[in-house]
Design a protein around this ligand. Structure first.
Ligand SMILES: Cc1cc2nc3c(=O)[nH]c(=O)nc-3n(C[C@H](O)[C@H](O)[C@H](O)COP(=O)(O)OP(=O)(O)OC[C@H]3O[C@@H](n4cnc5c(N)ncnc54)[C@H](O)[C@@H]3O)c2cc1C
Length: 389
């Protein structure tokens, strides 16, 4: 069945190389992540040694050129990484975010000097990255951020606060969205991006935020108190930050959908296994028509999601502008995964509510997919705008 066999060979963007990469990665994760995942969830962190090991094995940022330590792989490798991390658990998404969301900014926009300095260490897992856009007063409305970067000779001085930053506790390198011009209208034209290294004076992290799910993923506040960075730490051109973010969000939203789709597929598989095994009133739960109809409905929706998503992946690889379609996919697939979580936990009965059952964790983890990378309401705003409304 396709909806549970998401890594099958008939997906047109995968070659034998991707399948080998997937098999190696699966073996690695089965050995090094799966047995430790429960502990990481409890400790609310993934050890740095795991990042380094992934780097040593060549799993991180595979699209990076060989001269910077990568394998010059295509987007198919990024999909494999995202799917396999998501298969283990959503708590690993910070690693996928580092590889497939944040480092691509460096890879595509950074100067040669910045690339030589940072890319090899991003690939090896020595550097953990974060991207800091959201502030306590500005999430969906990114153009209204208050963090400023003011020019002072050869430097910029950054002041402000960020929140909800993934990899926030362990990040060594943060791409920070700042206002370099607070007067320009519309406000988004005043946003620029900067590299801030975590050791820089004036930078500090706030609390590791307690979340209802994705516990092993560290999410944090960040403070910038007169953080002085050399002007060469600007990423790309001044005033272009918003455009870079918007451009890269297409890939981030696509990958967010990949995570939700894999979670939905996993939840259905867990539930099919469970209802076949669990007996009530003298027969397996799977023999009740209600169960069969629920499973049939979920399987249908998951299959639709998979077909749509794979089609988007193809178009993204072809570098088509698919902002509207990605926005459609992001809200639909993440909402679908939430519905699946709700139905699947119900079919598990009381056991589904117990932490030792994987469905319980999936149920806690999934709601955030409709919030981060742009909320699902913002996706509908984009779709409506692009429909000329
Ligand atoms: C676990 C987690 C990890 C995150 N990681 C990062 C990260 O690494 N880096 C980063 O910068 N940010 C990160 N975020 C922040 C995330 O991107 C924001 O939470 C998200 O963009 C929403 O912003 P907000 O929380 O301020 O909600 P708000 O913008 O305050 O929205 C509140 C509600 O209003 C709705 N709304 C807003 N505008 C409209 C509108 N125009 N029309 C209709 N409804 C609207 C929203 O959809 C939402 O339902 C993370 C968040 C979480 C929870």
């Amino acid at each position: 069945m396709r909806y549970v066999d998401y890594h099958n060979a008939d997906r047109p963007f995968f070659t034998d190389d991707h399948l080998i990469f997937r098999e190696t990665l699966q073996k690695f994760l089965e050995k090094d992540a799966v047995p430790n995942y429960e502990k990481w969830e409890e400790e609310q962190s993934i050890p740095r040694s795991f990042w380094r090991k992934m780097g040593e094995y060549g799993f991180l940022c595979s699209y990076v050129e060989e001269k910077y330590g990568g394998i010059n792989g295509d987007f198919g490798f990024s999909i494999v990484l995202h799917e396999e991390l998501a298969r283990v658990g959503a708590g690993l998404f910070g690693i996928g975010t580092h590889c497939n969301v944040i480092v691509p900014y460096i890879h595509k926009i950074a100067s040669e000097q910045q690339k030589s300095e940072y890319l090899p260490k991003c690939v090896s897992g020595e550097i953990i990255t974060a991207i800091a856009m959201t502030e306590p007063g500005a999430g969906s409305d990114l153009a209204s951020i208050k963090t400023t970067a003011v020019r002072d000779g050869d430097d910029y001085i950054i002041n402000g606060q960020k929140t909800f930053i993934s990899n926030g506790i362990y990040a060594d390198l943060i791409i920070v969205a700042c206002k370099t011009d607070t007067e320009v209208r519309p406000g988004h034209k005043g946003i620029s991006l900067f590299f801030v290294e975590s050791a820089t004076e004036g930078f500090s992290r706030g609390r590791k935020l307690k979340k209802i799910g994705i516990h092993s993923q560290d999410t944090a506040e960040m403070y910038f108190d007169n953080v002085r960075v050399p002007a060469k730490n600007m990423l790309g051109e001044e005033g272009k930050g918003f455009y870079y973010l918007m451009e890269k969000l297409q890939q981030e939203r696509l990958l967010c959908s990949v995570g939700a789709q894999v979670a939905a597929e996993d939840m259905l598989k867990l539930t099919i296994d469970y209802v076949k095994e669990r007996e009530v009133f003298g027969k397996p739960v799977s023999k009740f028509q209600n169960t069969q109809f629920k499973i049939a409905e979920m399987a249908t929706q998951i299959q639709i999601g998979r077909q749509y998503l794979d089609n988007l992946i193809i178009k993204h690889i072809q570098e088509q502008d698919i902002v509207t379609e990605v926005s459609m996919g992001k809200w639909w697939i993440t909402d679908m995964a939430k519905r699946v979580a709700s139905e699947c936990i119900q079919l598990h009965g009381g056991y589904g509510y117990m932490e030792e059952y994987k469905i319980a964790r999936r149920y806690r983890d999934i709601p955030v997919f409709s919030i981060f990378a742009g909320t699902n309401e913002i996706m509908k705003v984009i779709i409506a705008k692009n429909l000329g409304l």
